[in-house]
Design a protein around this ligand. Structure first.
Ligand code: BES
Ligand code: ZN
Ligand code: ZN
Length: 512
């Protein structure tokens, strides 16, 4: 699929479908659209006059052009209120245009979003290009590998021409498109991995996927098996994994930055539970199939590492995936067990369903041992986070204001919603155990926070941010830019955080 900009007049554009944007309650035509409507003998103005199409977000209307212009069909597309228009609306509108075009079996598509502006861009070229391409790719994303194809000839869009105002700097716009493509590919990697069924996306297969991606992108990768995990004395991780016939895998991916900052390394740590039954503290049957999503943290780290390899930011990054399956069996860990973490702390298991924090605990310690100085872990960690924030915001907990702010700002740039929850010593009380240093659960109150507090015991005072994507990693409500299933939540936030990581120039000069 080729995406490019053009400043050609819409009336000359040779496409199967030409989409034209309108802001709500403003159904005026810009200069070039007026010219086009002359060719259409005023039919467009007549349709708009009817006011059945109002330009609201998600609204659209499909018209035929009866060969009066080269574009075969015309799609009026609502862009919502002008004062609410931003990069996110643009992304969603573009996604909607692509889905409509596909449905109408059009392969060459044109989109004229800012037709009323008569030579004005409503945002920078870099941002417009980036979010347009993200909208195209995430909008056309589908996962239907395991379905019999109903009609053989599926439409594939071959060309997308964006009609941009003459003032649009083509080079900057093209650069934006490229960034958007890389971001969207990262999102799609995460979505694919999450959408795969858990009998296929086993720990060994997820590790193989990580290895394949790393080789493709020129990242260093190491896959450690159970024996090596035993040597590292990751007792918490091993405890969770021991109930499954599938052995755990610990994956380390490395991206080497430009070396200007020799002191700092970012560690991205992902929870990779390929399936979470709850273990001996078994989950209820209803909806359990959704627990194939419990590796979405690891998937997000993989998607992000892939994009990082393409974008080549300055900072160095280590990606760590803790991969296993939480199963009940004759050899499963049980409530009452005491596990010894890699950092020497002991943990009493009070609920085998609070397994993610056990896996992450050892992975966080390991990240520190490997030299990571700034940590971000990402996990579908708690149902409590879903209760607190629902499906729109990713929960966030941190021990370092500056690092938290950097990730929050990255989220804004990425167009993803994050909400910080408090980290406070007062909650520690809830994690006290009668027999060990810590208990793995802290009761029902503030469940998302106590899970975060648990993790904090393993970060060794490094700046750390925890992202709980339990509510955001999958969706059951389809939107133009995301169908049902894995969303790729927080992938772009991770990438952006790495790209925004500041140079530590003093580290460079002191290293000389
Ligand atoms: N993977 C789940 C959390 C989860 C819940 C993710 C809903 C996505 C949607 C996690 O391992 C878990 O089961 N957590 C328990 C912890 C509890 C036992 C303290 C939970 O949230 O119920
Ligand atoms: Zn669980
Ligand atoms: Zn889990």
């Amino acid at each position: 699929m080729r995406t490019e900009m053009t400043t050609q007049k819409p009336e000359l554009l040779e496409v199967d479908l030409l989409a034209v944007g309108f802001f709500e309650e403003d159904l005026t035509l810009g200069t070039s659209m007026k010219e086009m409507d002359e060719k259409l003998e005023g039919q467009l103005a007549a349709v708009l006059e009817e006011k059945s199409f109002k330009g609201k977000e998600k609204e659209s209307s499909l018209l035929h052009t009866f060969k009066k212009i080269p574009a075969r069909k015309l799609l009026l597309i609502g862009m919502g209120k002008k004062e609410k228009f931003d990069k996110i609306v643009l992304k969603n509108v573009v996604a909607q245009v692509c889905r409509k075009a596909k449905k109408a079996k059009c392969t060459r598509v044109g989109f004229f979003p800012f037709q009323q502006e008569n030579d004005e861009m409503l945002m920078s070229e870099a941002i417009a290009g980036r979010f347009i391409h993200e909208g195209i790719i995430t909008g056309l994303y589908e996962f239907n590998q395991y379905k019999k194809k109903e009609n053989e000839e599926e439409t594939h869009i071959s060309h997308i021409k964006m009609i941009m105002p003459a003032v649009c700097d083509e080079k900057k716009f093209a650069e934006g498109l490229e960034v958007g493509k890389i971001m969207a590919e990262g999102i799609c990697i995460a979505r694919d991995l999450v959408n795969e069924p858990p009998n296929r996306m086993t720990p060994e297969n997820l590790a193989l996927e990580a290895e394949a991606m790393a080789k493709r992108k020129g990242l260093t990768v190491e896959v450690m098996d159970q024996e090596e995990i035993e040597k590292l004395e990751m007792g918490c991780f091993l405890g969770v994994a021991q109930g499954s016939i599938h052995k755990p895998k610990l994956v380390v991916l490395r991206y080497d930055g430009d070396g200007k900052d020799s002191e700092n390394v970012i560690g991205l740590i992902g929870k990779g539970l390929t399936f979470d039954t709850g273990g001996i503290s078994l989950k209820p049957a209803a909806g359990m199939e959704e627990m194939k999503t419990d590796m979405a943290g690891a998937a997000a780290v993989l998607g992000a590492m892939s994009a990082i390899a393409d974008l080549r930011p300055s900072a160095s990054v280590i990606g760590i995936l803790g991969i296993c399956e939480n199963m009940p069996s004759h050899r499963a860990y049980r409530p009452g067990d005491v596990l010894k973490a890699m950092n020497g702390k002991t943990v009493e298991v009070l609920n085998t369903d609070a397994e993610g924090r056990l896996v992450l605990a050892d992975c966080l310690t390991f990240a520190g041992r490997l030299g990571a100085t700034h940590l971000v872990d990402i996990a579908t960690l708690t149902g409590a986070c879903v209760i607190a924030l629902g499906n729109h915001y990713t929960g966030m907990i941190s021990n370092d204001h500056e690092w938290q702010q950097l990730v929050l700002d990255a989220g804004k740039e990425a167009g993803e919603k994050l909400w910080p929850l408090p980290l406070d010593e007062a909650y520690k009380e809830q994690l006290k155990s009668e027999v060990a240093d810590l208990a793995n659960v802290g009761g029902r109150p503030a469940g998302a926070i106590t899970a975060g507090m648990f993790l904090e015991a393993f970060v060794d005072e490094r700046p750390w941010v925890h992202l709980d994507i339990a509510g955001t990693a999958r969706t059951s409500k389809p939107e133009p830019h995301q169908q049902k299933g894995g969303t790729g939540a927080a992938v772009v936030t991770l990438i952006q955080a790495v790209c925004n990581f500041p140079y530590n120039e003093s580290a460079e000069s002191s290293a000389d």
